[in-house]
Write a protein that binds this ligand. Sequence first.
Ligand code: NAD
Length: 459
Amino acid sequence: ADSATVERALDNAVAAHDGWNETPAAGRAAILEHAADLLEQRMPQYIALCTREAGKSIPDGVAEVREAVDFLRYYAGQARKLFTPEALPGPTGESNTLQLSGRGVFVCISPWNFPLAIFTGQVAAALAAGNSVIAKPAEQTNLIGYYAVKLLHEAGVPEAVLQFLPGDGATVGAALTRDPRVAGVAFTGSTETARAINRALAARDAAIGVLIAETGGQNALIADSSSLPEQLVKDAIGSAFTSAGQRCSAARVLFVQEDIADKVIGMLAGAMAELKVGDPGQLSTDVGPVIDEDARQILVDHAARMDKEATLIAEAALDDDAAHGCFFAPRAYELKSLDQLQREVFGPVLHVIRWKASQLDAVIAAINATGYGLTLGIHSRIDETVEKIAAKVKVGNCYVNRNQIGAVVGVQPFGGQNLSGTGPKAGGPHYLPRFTTEKTITVNTTAAGGNASLLTLSD
Ligand code: NAD
C-alpha cells in the first residue's frame, strides 16, 4: 500500500465503524466463530502457507492454526459476555446501566513470527469489541495475513470493517499510527518499534489513543541443583530452539546451579547433536530456517562476538537441505554474566550462566535489571525456591518444571511487563475491555409517574 491507499483505508474505516459497532455483539461473535470453523476446515492449507512463507515446521504450523482458532472463539465468547449491559445499584426511582462499545478505528500491526495467530488474535479482539480494523501484516508474511483477512470476509465481516493493508512499517505503519482518526493501535513486535508508535500516537492533536504493545524479552530459565537434568535439558532445548528460537517467549539464558552444571552442559551438548536442522516441510525436522537474510546476519554477527567473549558449548549440525535458505545452526554458549547480553537475540542461541547456591537473589536481581519481563522458566523440586523466584521476578508468564513457550489462549494469558509490553495480556479476560469505551445510562424512572420499579416486583 502507498500513502493514497492509507488515506482511503482510513476514510472507509471511519465510515464503517458505526454500522459494525451497532451490530449486536452476539452477531459479531457468530461471525468470528464461523471464521474459526472455516479455519479448522482449511487447516492443511494454512499450515502449508506457514511453512512456505514463514519457514515454520509442521508442528509449529498446527499450533499456529489452533491458536488463531482459539483466539477467534475466545474473543467471541468474551464479547457475548462483556457486551451484555450491566445493571448497577442505585437509589429507588432510578435505573443505572453500564455498557461497552467499540472505540472507533483500530490499527493492528503484527510481526512475522506468529503471522497467523497474532495477526488473527489482534484483529479478532478489535472486531469483537465493535471497532473497524486496518490490519498491517509484517513485510515478510503478507500472504498469510491476506488469506486470514479473506477468510474473515468470507465468514461475514464486511470489507470496509476489516481492511488489509500490506506495506512497509516505516511508511504504511507510520502513516497509520500518526493519523488523528485512529482510536487505538494493537501492536506486537520489537520494543524499538513500540516506542516509535507510542511517540507517533502521542504527537497527534487528537483524542488520546490506546496502545496495546506486546514486545520482546530477555527470557531466563533458572535451574537449581534439585532439578532433574533430563527434564531440564529437554525443556531448555524446547524453549530455546523450537521455531528456530524465533519466539518472543523463547529461553535465551539458562542459569544453572554450579553443582549440576557440568552434567547439564554435557547433556545439553549431547541433545543438540540430535537436533535435525533443515527443511521445515519435513516432519522429521526439529529446527527450520530463520525468517530472512537480515535476521541470519544479525545472528552470525552475534555468534562472532560470542566466539570471542564466551565459550562455545555446542553447535548443531545443518542438514544437506539447509544449503538453500536462511539457516542458522543452533548454538549454546557459556557466559560469565548476563551483562554480556545487551539486547534480545532473536534466534536459536542459548546462553548458559552458572550460579552458586548463595547467589539466587543476585540472579533474580540481574534478570529484573534487564528491564524486560516476558517469560521465566523455573526448574526446581523445592517448593520454597519456586515460590520465592516466582514472587520476586518481574515477568508476565512464569513456568515451573516445564518449557516456557506455547502459551494457550484462555489458559495462560500471554504478555509481559516493563520493556516487554503494556498489557493487557492477549488471550486473557482483561484484553477485550482495552478495545472498548464505556457508557453509563441513568434514567429517572419516576418521571414516568411513581416508582415504576415497584410495579415490576411480581416475584
Ligand atoms: P518489528 O518491530 O520489526 O515489526 C513488527 C511490525 O511493526 C511489522 O508489521 C512492521 O512492519 C511494523 N513496523 C515497523 N516499523 C514501524 C513503524 N515505525 N510504525 C508502525 N509500524 C512499524 O518486529 P518483528 O521483527 O516483526 O518481530 C520480532 C519481535 O517481536 C521480537 O522482538 C519479538 O520478541 C517480538 N514479539 C513479541 C511478542 C509478544 O507477545 N510479546 C510476540 C511475538 C513477537
